[in-house]
Design a binder for this molecule. Structure first.
Ligand code: ZN
Length: 395
């Protein structure tokens, strides 16, 4: 893509940054938000393109901290390996920042592939980071150590998804797990990055015990651990609520399950958010991620298993919307787990908020229905009035 004049004035939108900022205008240029205000003039000399935000809500672009960007799965043999993600799978859900991760398969899925894919998505227009490793312990890194990967490789901001409490995990001991979190934390400190461990939670009865162990037996704070799939069962959801309330822990809810065919005990992400808020969990402690491009069972209308499909990143937006429209969560609260919260935890200072100097990652949605209309990533219009303007290289 060559250089283009990309100056936009989004006018007269209800701005949620994610806190409500009232009706106003946002001036975008050079990939950043230049100005936020009311009645900003469109200085025609500079060829500013006006986007009418009347009747629309303007929000930060969504951040998805757990996506299998090179594909995942493989648990039904090689033919069940899911394909790589395409750009439009991401932007069509208003997502403008993703963190890529390997999963169960740390053999045929590699760090070199993950980093190359992240670079490709970045070139296509969104912001992309990765975690080093996969489910496996010891962690298979690119350079030989977790710290070296985080310190030396720009795009690596943490470790994961490390599997615990699951029959597919490497069954690490609590001490081995604590060492991974410690190495990741120090790598983060030395590179001014998040140093976050993304933790795959399985069905095991021990639930969040390893994370409690780290918080009670070391000086590591909760900010270095993000356990995901917390809503996979009611029991784990309850333990997550307790972990967040009593230990200040962070919890991540997975959005990509088909809401019509949840496992008998599974909690829909939007419902889980409401449950956690009602139980007194501070909103700052909750994030959503899609687990996008992982393999997902598909059911027919009778609920019979008919094959494997692929988890969708766009499910993040659906669960945000459902939290507002079905579960009665305030818009500014429902936005936190998909914007400001992951930005803070991932230490992405220019992401997840609407403010002068922040990256121009923006979503315009219809007021009332929250139907997604327009998506901008780093100041470039990706989708305008439902029309996809920028596609992936092979789409
Ligand atoms: Zn997982």
């Amino acid at each position: 893509m060559g250089w283009k004049n990309e100056l936009y004035l989004i006018r007269n939108a209800q701005i949620y940054g994610p806190s409500p900022m009232g009706k106003g205008d946002v001036l975008v240029g050079g990939g950043r938000i230049l100005k936020v205000g009311k009645g900003l003039p469109a200085q025609e000399a500079y060829d500013v393109e006006v986007i009418d935000g009347t009747g629309k809500v303007l929000m930060p672009g969504l951040i998805d901290p757990h996506v299998h960007i090179v594909g995942g799965g493989g648990e039904g043999g090689a033919k069940s390996r899911t394909p790589e993600i395409m750009l439009t799978d991401i932007i069509s859900g208003g997502v403008t920042t993703v963190v890529g991760t390997l999963g169960t398969d740390g053999c045929t899925r590699t760090m070199t592939n993950l980093l190359a894919k992240a670079k490709g998505l970045e070139e296509e227009g969104i912001t992309t980071y990765v975690y080093t490793g996969s489910y496996r312990v010891p962690v298979r890194t690119l350079t030989g150590s977790i710290q070296d990967d985080i310190i030396l490789l720009d795009r690596v901001i943490g470790t994961g998804e490390i599997a615990i409490s699951d029959h597919r995990s490497s069954q690490p001991t609590r001490e081995e797990f604590a060492r991974i979190v410690a190495d990741t934390r120090v790598g983060g400190i030395l590179s001014a990055k998040a140093g976050l461990v993304n933790i795959h939670m399985g069905d095991g009865a021990e639930k969040l015990e390893f994370l409690r162990y780290v918080l009670t037996h070391t000086q590591i704070p909760p900010e270095n651990m993000l356990p995901t799939h917390i809503n996979r069962s009611t029991a784990l959801m309850k333990d997550g609520i307790d972990y967040a309330r009593t230990m200040g822990g962070y919890i991540d809810l997975t959005t990509s399950s088909d809401p019509d065919f949840l496992e008998p005990d599974e909690v829909k992400a939007s419902t889980g958010l409401k449950m956690a808020l009602d139980a007194g969990v501070p909103i700052e402690k909750i994030t959503f991620s899609s687990d996008g491009q992982g393999s997902l069972p598909i059911f027919n209308a009778k609920g019979e298993f008919v094959g494997l499909g692929v988890g969708k990143v766009a499910s993040m937006y659906r669960e945000f919307k459902d939290a507002v429209l079905k579960d009665g969560v305030a818009l500014e609260d429902a936005l936190m787990p998909v914007t400001a919260n992951p930005a803070r935890l991932l230490k992405l200072a220019r992401k997840g908020r609407i403010a002068e100097g922040a990256d121009a990652d923006l979503v315009l949605a219809q007021e009332g229905t929250l139907e997604l209309r327009t998506v901008m990533a780093k100041g470039v219009l990706m989708i305008r009035d439902n029309e996809i303007l920028v596609k992936g290289t092979f789409e």
